[in-house]
Design a protein around this ligand. Structure first.
Ligand SMILES: Cc1cc2nc3c(=O)[nH]c(=O)nc-3n(C[C@H](O)[C@H](O)[C@H](O)COP(=O)(O)OP(=O)(O)OC[C@H]3O[C@@H](n4cnc5c(N)ncnc54)[C@H](O)[C@@H]3O)c2cc1C
Length: 417
Protein backbone atom coordinates (compact mmCIF):
# COMPACT_ATOMS: atom_id res chain seq x y z
CA UNK A 1 0.00 0.00 0.00
CA UNK A 2 1.59 3.27 -1.10
CA UNK A 3 0.98 6.78 0.16
CA UNK A 4 1.03 9.57 -2.44
CA UNK A 5 -0.30 13.11 -2.79
CA UNK A 6 -2.81 11.76 -5.31
CA UNK A 7 -4.05 9.11 -2.84
CA UNK A 8 -4.44 11.72 -0.08
CA UNK A 9 -6.50 13.95 -2.42
CA UNK A 10 -8.62 10.97 -3.49
CA UNK A 11 -9.25 10.00 0.16
CA UNK A 12 -10.15 13.60 1.04
CA UNK A 13 -12.66 13.87 -1.83
CA UNK A 14 -14.29 10.58 -0.83
CA UNK A 15 -14.70 11.71 2.80
CA UNK A 16 -11.95 9.27 3.89
CA UNK A 17 -14.47 6.42 3.57
CA UNK A 18 -12.02 4.16 1.71
CA UNK A 19 -9.28 4.34 4.34
CA UNK A 20 -7.95 0.95 5.40
CA UNK A 21 -6.00 0.05 8.54
CA UNK A 22 -2.27 0.57 7.98
CA UNK A 23 -1.43 -3.02 8.97
CA UNK A 24 -3.32 -6.32 9.26
CA UNK A 25 -4.31 -7.29 12.79
CA UNK A 26 -3.50 -11.00 12.45
CA UNK A 27 -4.32 -14.08 14.54
CA UNK A 28 -1.77 -16.91 15.12
CA UNK A 29 -1.46 -19.44 12.27
CA UNK A 30 -2.05 -23.11 13.13
CA UNK A 31 1.01 -24.25 11.22
CA UNK A 32 3.33 -21.88 13.11
CA UNK A 33 6.11 -19.69 11.76
CA UNK A 34 9.67 -19.77 10.55
CA UNK A 35 10.48 -17.01 13.01
CA UNK A 36 8.50 -15.60 15.93
CA UNK A 37 9.56 -12.23 17.35
CA UNK A 38 8.40 -11.49 20.90
CA UNK A 39 7.68 -7.77 21.41
CA UNK A 40 6.03 -5.29 19.05
CA UNK A 41 8.22 -2.33 19.95
CA UNK A 42 10.45 -0.49 17.53
CA UNK A 43 13.16 -3.16 17.60
CA UNK A 44 10.80 -6.13 17.15
CA UNK A 45 8.94 -4.52 14.26
CA UNK A 46 12.15 -3.36 12.58
CA UNK A 47 13.55 -6.91 12.89
CA UNK A 48 10.45 -8.36 11.25
CA UNK A 49 10.63 -5.78 8.47
CA UNK A 50 14.31 -6.45 7.66
CA UNK A 51 13.76 -10.24 7.83
CA UNK A 52 11.11 -9.90 5.14
CA UNK A 53 12.73 -7.16 3.09
CA UNK A 54 16.44 -8.10 3.20
CA UNK A 55 16.31 -11.84 3.77
CA UNK A 56 13.03 -12.74 2.09
CA UNK A 57 11.77 -14.53 5.22
CA UNK A 58 8.11 -13.60 5.41
CA UNK A 59 6.61 -16.44 7.46
CA UNK A 60 7.18 -14.30 10.54
CA UNK A 61 4.97 -13.26 13.46
CA UNK A 62 5.47 -10.36 15.87
CA UNK A 63 3.72 -11.10 19.19
CA UNK A 64 2.85 -8.04 21.28
CA UNK A 65 1.27 -8.29 24.72
CA UNK A 66 -0.43 -4.89 24.42
CA UNK A 67 -0.68 -2.79 21.31
CA UNK A 68 1.97 -1.73 18.80
CA UNK A 69 3.92 1.22 20.18
CA UNK A 70 2.65 0.92 23.77
CA UNK A 71 6.17 0.32 25.11
CA UNK A 72 9.28 2.46 25.14
CA UNK A 73 9.17 3.13 21.42
CA UNK A 74 6.19 5.41 22.10
CA UNK A 75 7.51 6.77 25.41
CA UNK A 76 11.02 8.00 24.69
CA UNK A 77 12.30 11.56 24.28
CA UNK A 78 12.89 10.92 20.55
CA UNK A 79 16.62 11.71 20.39
CA UNK A 80 18.81 10.12 17.72
CA UNK A 81 22.59 10.47 17.49
CA UNK A 82 25.72 8.47 16.65
CA UNK A 83 28.20 10.27 18.91
CA UNK A 84 29.91 7.29 20.56
CA UNK A 85 33.55 6.70 21.47
CA UNK A 86 34.19 2.95 21.55
CA UNK A 87 34.71 0.78 18.53
CA UNK A 88 32.14 -1.79 19.73
CA UNK A 89 29.48 0.95 19.59
CA UNK A 90 30.31 3.72 17.13
CA UNK A 91 30.02 1.77 13.82
CA UNK A 92 26.72 0.27 14.99
CA UNK A 93 25.14 3.62 15.87
CA UNK A 94 26.50 5.16 12.68
CA UNK A 95 24.80 2.41 10.66
CA UNK A 96 21.62 3.29 12.55
CA UNK A 97 22.01 6.97 11.66
CA UNK A 98 22.43 6.09 7.98
CA UNK A 99 19.29 3.94 8.11
CA UNK A 100 17.38 6.82 9.79
CA UNK A 101 18.51 9.13 6.98
CA UNK A 102 16.75 6.97 4.40
CA UNK A 103 13.94 5.58 6.56
CA UNK A 104 11.03 7.67 5.34
CA UNK A 105 11.79 6.93 1.69
CA UNK A 106 12.31 3.24 2.44
CA UNK A 107 9.03 2.88 4.36
CA UNK A 108 7.10 5.53 2.41
CA UNK A 109 6.02 6.85 5.80
CA UNK A 110 6.45 10.24 7.44
CA UNK A 111 8.35 9.54 10.65
CA UNK A 112 9.34 13.23 10.98
CA UNK A 113 13.07 12.48 10.94
CA UNK A 114 14.58 15.85 11.88
CA UNK A 115 18.38 16.16 11.77
CA UNK A 116 18.37 19.36 13.78
CA UNK A 117 21.68 18.57 15.48
CA UNK A 118 22.65 17.66 19.02
CA UNK A 119 24.87 19.70 21.32
CA UNK A 120 26.57 18.19 24.42
CA UNK A 121 27.58 21.03 26.73
CA UNK A 122 31.09 21.06 28.22
CA UNK A 123 31.62 22.35 31.78
CA UNK A 124 35.25 21.54 32.68
CA UNK A 125 38.61 21.43 30.93
CA UNK A 126 38.87 17.69 31.53
CA UNK A 127 35.48 17.19 29.95
CA UNK A 128 36.60 19.22 26.92
CA UNK A 129 39.54 16.83 26.46
CA UNK A 130 37.27 13.79 26.77
CA UNK A 131 34.74 15.19 24.30
CA UNK A 132 37.43 16.10 21.77
CA UNK A 133 38.67 12.52 21.97
CA UNK A 134 35.14 11.32 21.35
CA UNK A 135 34.80 13.78 18.44
CA UNK A 136 37.88 12.25 16.82
CA UNK A 137 36.37 8.79 17.14
CA UNK A 138 33.18 10.10 15.51
CA UNK A 139 35.15 11.70 12.67
CA UNK A 140 36.98 8.40 12.01
CA UNK A 141 33.61 6.63 11.77
CA UNK A 142 32.22 9.23 9.36
CA UNK A 143 29.61 10.40 11.90
CA UNK A 144 30.68 14.05 11.74
CA UNK A 145 31.47 16.20 14.79
CA UNK A 146 32.04 19.87 15.57
CA UNK A 147 33.63 21.62 18.52
CA UNK A 148 31.89 24.85 19.58
CA UNK A 149 33.62 27.25 21.95
CA UNK A 150 31.75 29.16 24.65
CA UNK A 151 31.09 32.18 22.36
CA UNK A 152 29.63 29.93 19.64
CA UNK A 153 27.30 28.36 22.21
CA UNK A 154 26.26 31.75 23.62
CA UNK A 155 25.58 33.13 20.12
CA UNK A 156 23.30 30.21 19.43
CA UNK A 157 21.46 30.22 22.77
CA UNK A 158 21.81 33.53 24.65
CA UNK A 159 19.46 32.28 27.39
CA UNK A 160 21.95 29.65 28.64
CA UNK A 161 23.54 30.32 32.03
CA UNK A 162 27.11 30.47 30.69
CA UNK A 163 28.63 31.71 33.95
CA UNK A 164 26.80 29.39 36.36
CA UNK A 165 28.97 29.25 39.51
CA UNK A 166 28.99 25.43 39.71
CA UNK A 167 28.57 24.47 36.05
CA UNK A 168 29.98 27.18 33.76
CA UNK A 169 29.49 26.37 30.07
CA UNK A 170 32.89 26.20 28.35
CA UNK A 171 31.83 24.94 24.94
CA UNK A 172 30.02 22.02 23.32
CA UNK A 173 30.51 18.91 21.23
CA UNK A 174 27.98 19.01 18.41
CA UNK A 175 26.82 16.37 15.97
CA UNK A 176 24.88 18.19 13.25
CA UNK A 177 23.43 14.91 11.91
CA UNK A 178 21.82 14.04 15.26
CA UNK A 179 18.27 15.10 16.01
CA UNK A 180 14.80 13.74 16.71
CA UNK A 181 12.26 11.39 15.13
CA UNK A 182 8.56 11.08 15.92
CA UNK A 183 8.80 7.95 18.06
CA UNK A 184 5.44 6.20 17.62
CA UNK A 185 5.48 6.84 13.86
CA UNK A 186 8.56 4.63 13.74
CA UNK A 187 6.55 1.72 15.16
CA UNK A 188 3.67 2.40 12.77
CA UNK A 189 5.94 2.79 9.75
CA UNK A 190 7.79 -0.48 10.36
CA UNK A 191 4.52 -2.29 11.25
CA UNK A 192 2.86 -1.16 8.04
CA UNK A 193 5.83 -2.07 5.85
CA UNK A 194 6.35 -5.46 7.53
CA UNK A 195 2.65 -6.29 7.31
CA UNK A 196 2.66 -5.42 3.59
CA UNK A 197 5.46 -7.95 3.10
CA UNK A 198 3.41 -10.70 4.79
CA UNK A 199 4.47 -10.50 8.44
CA UNK A 200 1.69 -11.29 10.96
CA UNK A 201 1.40 -8.64 13.68
CA UNK A 202 -0.49 -10.18 16.57
CA UNK A 203 -1.53 -7.73 19.29
CA UNK A 204 -2.91 -8.56 22.77
CA UNK A 205 -0.84 -11.74 22.69
CA UNK A 206 1.42 -12.08 25.71
CA UNK A 207 4.17 -14.68 25.68
CA UNK A 208 3.97 -16.56 28.99
CA UNK A 209 6.51 -19.32 28.38
CA UNK A 210 8.63 -21.23 25.87
CA UNK A 211 8.19 -24.71 24.42
CA UNK A 212 11.59 -26.28 24.84
CA UNK A 213 12.43 -29.84 23.79
CA UNK A 214 15.93 -31.29 24.24
CA UNK A 215 17.43 -27.84 24.84
CA UNK A 216 15.85 -26.54 21.64
CA UNK A 217 13.13 -23.90 21.49
CA UNK A 218 10.27 -25.06 19.26
CA UNK A 219 7.71 -22.39 20.00
CA UNK A 220 6.11 -20.13 22.57
CA UNK A 221 3.19 -20.33 24.99
CA UNK A 222 0.93 -17.32 24.80
CA UNK A 223 -2.39 -15.96 26.00
CA UNK A 224 -3.68 -16.91 22.54
CA UNK A 225 -2.42 -20.49 22.84
CA UNK A 226 0.78 -22.28 21.89
CA UNK A 227 2.50 -21.07 18.71
CA UNK A 228 5.06 -23.23 16.91
CA UNK A 229 8.22 -21.66 15.57
CA UNK A 230 11.45 -22.87 14.01
CA UNK A 231 13.24 -19.93 15.63
CA UNK A 232 12.26 -17.43 18.36
CA UNK A 233 13.73 -13.96 18.95
CA UNK A 234 12.99 -12.11 22.18
CA UNK A 235 12.94 -8.34 21.80
CA UNK A 236 11.00 -7.00 24.78
CA UNK A 237 13.26 -4.21 26.13
CA UNK A 238 12.30 -3.47 29.78
CA UNK A 239 10.62 -6.88 30.19
CA UNK A 240 13.71 -8.84 29.06
CA UNK A 241 14.58 -10.36 32.43
CA UNK A 242 11.01 -11.51 33.07
CA UNK A 243 10.51 -13.05 29.63
CA UNK A 244 13.89 -14.80 29.49
CA UNK A 245 13.41 -16.14 33.03
CA UNK A 246 10.70 -18.35 31.49
CA UNK A 247 13.49 -20.12 29.62
CA UNK A 248 15.62 -20.31 32.77
CA UNK A 249 18.02 -17.60 31.50
CA UNK A 250 19.35 -14.99 33.92
CA UNK A 251 20.50 -11.79 32.22
CA UNK A 252 23.09 -9.13 33.19
CA UNK A 253 20.24 -6.61 33.15
CA UNK A 254 18.35 -4.60 35.79
CA UNK A 255 15.02 -2.92 35.08
CA UNK A 256 14.49 0.69 36.16
CA UNK A 257 11.89 3.31 35.27
CA UNK A 258 12.93 6.36 33.23
CA UNK A 259 10.67 9.40 33.25
CA UNK A 260 10.02 11.94 30.49
CA UNK A 261 8.45 15.41 30.61
CA UNK A 262 6.80 17.82 28.20
CA UNK A 263 5.97 21.47 28.83
CA UNK A 264 3.36 23.81 27.44
CA UNK A 265 4.10 25.10 23.94
CA UNK A 266 6.62 27.92 23.54
CA UNK A 267 7.66 29.92 20.50
CA UNK A 268 10.68 28.36 18.75
CA UNK A 269 13.55 28.71 21.20
CA UNK A 270 15.63 25.54 21.01
CA UNK A 271 16.75 24.56 17.53
CA UNK A 272 18.91 21.59 18.58
CA UNK A 273 18.81 18.81 21.06
CA UNK A 274 20.87 20.03 24.01
CA UNK A 275 22.39 18.02 26.86
CA UNK A 276 23.80 19.08 30.24
CA UNK A 277 27.34 17.77 30.70
CA UNK A 278 27.50 17.87 34.50
CA UNK A 279 24.38 15.90 35.31
CA UNK A 280 21.60 14.13 33.50
CA UNK A 281 19.33 16.49 31.57
CA UNK A 282 18.55 16.48 27.84
CA UNK A 283 16.02 18.62 26.04
CA UNK A 284 14.60 19.36 22.61
CA UNK A 285 11.62 21.37 21.41
CA UNK A 286 8.83 19.46 19.72
CA UNK A 287 7.27 20.67 16.49
CA UNK A 288 4.23 21.72 18.57
CA UNK A 289 6.47 23.92 20.74
CA UNK A 290 6.66 21.91 23.98
CA UNK A 291 10.07 21.35 25.56
CA UNK A 292 10.57 17.59 25.74
CA UNK A 293 13.10 16.61 28.39
CA UNK A 294 14.38 13.87 30.64
CA UNK A 295 17.20 12.91 32.98
CA UNK A 296 18.22 10.05 35.23
CA UNK A 297 16.51 6.72 35.83
CA UNK A 298 14.84 6.17 39.20
CA UNK A 299 17.53 4.34 41.16
CA UNK A 300 15.49 1.37 42.39
CA UNK A 301 14.55 -1.73 40.36
CA UNK A 302 10.97 -1.74 39.13
CA UNK A 303 8.63 -2.83 36.36
CA UNK A 304 6.22 0.05 37.03
CA UNK A 305 5.81 2.56 34.22
CA UNK A 306 5.67 5.57 36.54
CA UNK A 307 8.40 7.18 38.57
CA UNK A 308 8.83 9.19 41.75
CA UNK A 309 9.21 12.84 42.77
CA UNK A 310 12.90 12.93 43.83
CA UNK A 311 13.93 12.23 40.23
CA UNK A 312 11.49 14.87 38.97
CA UNK A 313 13.25 17.35 41.23
CA UNK A 314 16.70 16.17 40.14
CA UNK A 315 15.86 16.44 36.43
CA UNK A 316 14.36 19.91 36.85
CA UNK A 317 17.39 21.10 38.81
CA UNK A 318 19.61 19.93 35.93
CA UNK A 319 17.50 21.97 33.53
CA UNK A 320 17.58 25.02 35.80
CA UNK A 321 21.39 24.83 36.02
CA UNK A 322 21.83 25.47 32.30
CA UNK A 323 18.65 27.26 31.22
CA UNK A 324 17.00 29.00 34.20
CA UNK A 325 14.25 30.37 31.96
CA UNK A 326 12.53 26.97 32.01
CA UNK A 327 11.64 27.60 35.67
CA UNK A 328 8.73 29.69 34.38
CA UNK A 329 7.36 27.06 32.02
CA UNK A 330 4.59 24.73 33.11
CA UNK A 331 5.06 20.98 32.74
CA UNK A 332 2.02 19.53 30.99
CA UNK A 333 2.68 15.81 31.09
CA UNK A 334 5.10 13.27 32.53
CA UNK A 335 5.27 9.54 32.00
CA UNK A 336 7.67 6.63 32.44
CA UNK A 337 8.98 3.56 30.65
CA UNK A 338 10.91 0.52 31.84
CA UNK A 339 14.57 0.51 30.89
CA UNK A 340 16.59 -2.66 30.38
CA UNK A 341 19.84 -1.40 31.97
CA UNK A 342 22.81 -3.64 31.19
CA UNK A 343 25.82 -3.71 33.47
CA UNK A 344 28.16 -1.92 31.03
CA UNK A 345 25.57 0.34 29.41
CA UNK A 346 25.74 -1.47 26.05
CA UNK A 347 23.20 -3.83 24.47
CA UNK A 348 23.02 -7.50 23.45
CA UNK A 349 22.13 -9.03 20.08
CA UNK A 350 23.01 -12.68 20.48
CA UNK A 351 22.17 -16.36 20.51
CA UNK A 352 21.35 -17.96 23.88
CA UNK A 353 22.41 -21.30 25.36
CA UNK A 354 19.06 -22.70 24.18
CA UNK A 355 19.11 -23.66 20.51
CA UNK A 356 16.86 -21.55 18.24
CA UNK A 357 16.23 -19.00 20.99
CA UNK A 358 17.78 -15.58 20.39
CA UNK A 359 17.98 -12.44 22.49
CA UNK A 360 17.97 -8.69 21.80
CA UNK A 361 17.95 -6.24 24.74
CA UNK A 362 19.92 -4.19 27.25
CA UNK A 363 19.28 -0.95 25.37
CA UNK A 364 19.31 1.24 28.47
CA UNK A 365 18.43 4.92 27.87
CA UNK A 366 19.57 4.83 24.26
CA UNK A 367 17.67 2.21 22.35
CA UNK A 368 15.40 4.43 20.30
CA UNK A 369 18.22 5.76 18.15
CA UNK A 370 19.37 2.16 17.71
CA UNK A 371 16.03 0.95 16.36
CA UNK A 372 16.89 0.63 12.65
CA UNK A 373 20.35 -0.91 13.18
CA UNK A 374 19.08 -3.18 15.94
CA UNK A 375 16.38 -4.55 13.62
CA UNK A 376 18.83 -4.80 10.73
CA UNK A 377 21.51 -6.66 12.73
CA UNK A 378 19.07 -8.89 14.65
CA UNK A 379 17.43 -9.90 11.36
CA UNK A 380 20.91 -10.65 10.00
CA UNK A 381 21.66 -12.92 12.99
CA UNK A 382 18.26 -14.64 12.89
CA UNK A 383 18.46 -15.22 9.13
CA UNK A 384 22.11 -16.20 8.72
CA UNK A 385 23.22 -17.48 12.15
CA UNK A 386 26.10 -14.98 11.97
CA UNK A 387 26.55 -11.73 13.87
CA UNK A 388 26.48 -8.64 11.68
CA UNK A 389 29.97 -7.09 11.68
CA UNK A 390 28.85 -3.88 13.42
CA UNK A 391 27.01 -5.80 16.18
CA UNK A 392 29.71 -8.38 16.73
CA UNK A 393 30.63 -7.12 20.18
CA UNK A 394 27.10 -7.33 21.60
CA UNK A 395 27.57 -10.81 23.11
CA UNK A 396 25.89 -12.03 26.28
CA UNK A 397 29.08 -13.65 27.55
CA UNK A 398 31.31 -10.57 27.23
CA UNK A 399 31.45 -10.11 31.04
CA UNK A 400 33.09 -13.52 31.37
CA UNK A 401 36.01 -12.37 29.25
CA UNK A 402 36.27 -8.79 30.48
CA UNK A 403 35.23 -7.54 27.04
CA UNK A 404 32.85 -4.92 28.41
CA UNK A 405 31.77 -2.01 26.22
CA UNK A 406 31.63 0.56 28.99
CA UNK A 407 31.26 3.83 27.04
CA UNK A 408 31.51 5.96 30.18
CA UNK A 409 33.98 3.84 32.13
CA UNK A 410 31.76 3.79 35.22
CA UNK A 411 31.43 0.07 35.87
CA UNK A 412 28.37 -1.95 36.77
CA UNK A 413 26.26 0.95 37.99
CA UNK A 414 23.19 1.34 35.80
CA UNK A 415 22.30 4.84 36.99
CA UNK A 416 25.67 6.16 35.79
CA UNK A 417 25.45 4.87 32.19
C1 LIG B 1 11.23 8.08 29.06
C2 LIG B 1 12.17 7.46 28.08
C3 LIG B 1 12.99 8.27 27.31
C4 LIG B 1 13.88 7.72 26.39
N1 LIG B 1 14.58 8.54 25.56
C5 LIG B 1 15.35 8.02 24.58
C6 LIG B 1 15.96 8.88 23.64
O1 LIG B 1 15.77 10.10 23.65
N2 LIG B 1 16.75 8.32 22.69
C7 LIG B 1 16.98 6.98 22.63
O2 LIG B 1 17.73 6.54 21.78
N3 LIG B 1 16.35 6.12 23.49
C8 LIG B 1 15.54 6.61 24.45
N4 LIG B 1 14.88 5.78 25.32
C9 LIG B 1 15.11 4.33 25.22
C10 LIG B 1 14.29 3.65 24.13
O3 LIG B 1 12.99 4.13 24.10
C11 LIG B 1 14.30 2.14 24.31
O4 LIG B 1 15.62 1.68 24.54
C12 LIG B 1 13.76 1.39 23.09
O5 LIG B 1 12.54 1.95 22.68
C13 LIG B 1 13.58 -0.08 23.45
O6 LIG B 1 13.25 -0.87 22.34
P1 LIG B 1 11.74 -1.12 21.81
O7 LIG B 1 11.29 0.06 21.06
O8 LIG B 1 11.72 -2.38 21.04
O9 LIG B 1 10.98 -1.28 23.19
P2 LIG B 1 9.44 -1.33 23.52
O10 LIG B 1 8.67 -0.35 22.71
O11 LIG B 1 9.31 -1.26 25.00
O12 LIG B 1 9.05 -2.78 22.98
C14 LIG B 1 9.02 -3.96 23.75
C15 LIG B 1 7.63 -4.54 23.60
O13 LIG B 1 7.61 -5.83 24.16
C16 LIG B 1 6.30 -6.02 24.68
N5 LIG B 1 6.34 -7.16 25.60
C17 LIG B 1 6.87 -7.18 26.85
N6 LIG B 1 6.69 -8.41 27.41
C18 LIG B 1 6.02 -9.15 26.49
C19 LIG B 1 5.55 -10.49 26.47
N7 LIG B 1 5.71 -11.30 27.52
N8 LIG B 1 4.90 -10.92 25.36
C20 LIG B 1 4.72 -10.10 24.28
N9 LIG B 1 5.15 -8.84 24.26
C21 LIG B 1 5.81 -8.36 25.34
C22 LIG B 1 5.97 -4.70 25.34
O14 LIG B 1 4.58 -4.52 25.52
C23 LIG B 1 6.56 -3.71 24.35
O15 LIG B 1 5.63 -3.22 23.41
C24 LIG B 1 13.98 6.29 26.26
C25 LIG B 1 13.14 5.48 27.02
C26 LIG B 1 12.23 6.05 27.91
C27 LIG B 1 11.32 5.16 28.70
Amino acid sequence: MGYSAFQILKDALSGYKGLKPAWRDAEPKDGGYDIVIIGGGGHGLATAYYLAKKHNITNVAVLEKGWIGSGNVGRNTTIIRSNYLLKGNEPFYELSMQLWENLEQELNYNAMVSQRGIMNLIHTDAQRDAFIRRANSMLFAGAGAEYLNADDVKDRYPFLDMKNARFPIKGALAQPRGGTVRHDAVAWGYARAASDLGVDIIQNCEVTGFSIENDKCVGVKTTKGDIKANRVGSCVAGSSSRVMANAGIKLPIESHVLQAFVTEGLKPVLGNVITFGAGHFYCSQSNKGGLVFGGDIDAYNTYAQRGNLPVVEDVCSGGMAIMPMIGRVRVLRTWGGIMDMSMDGSPFIDKTPIKELFFNGGWCYGGFKATPASGYCYAHLLATDNHHEVANAYRLDRFKYGAMIDEKGVGAQPNLH
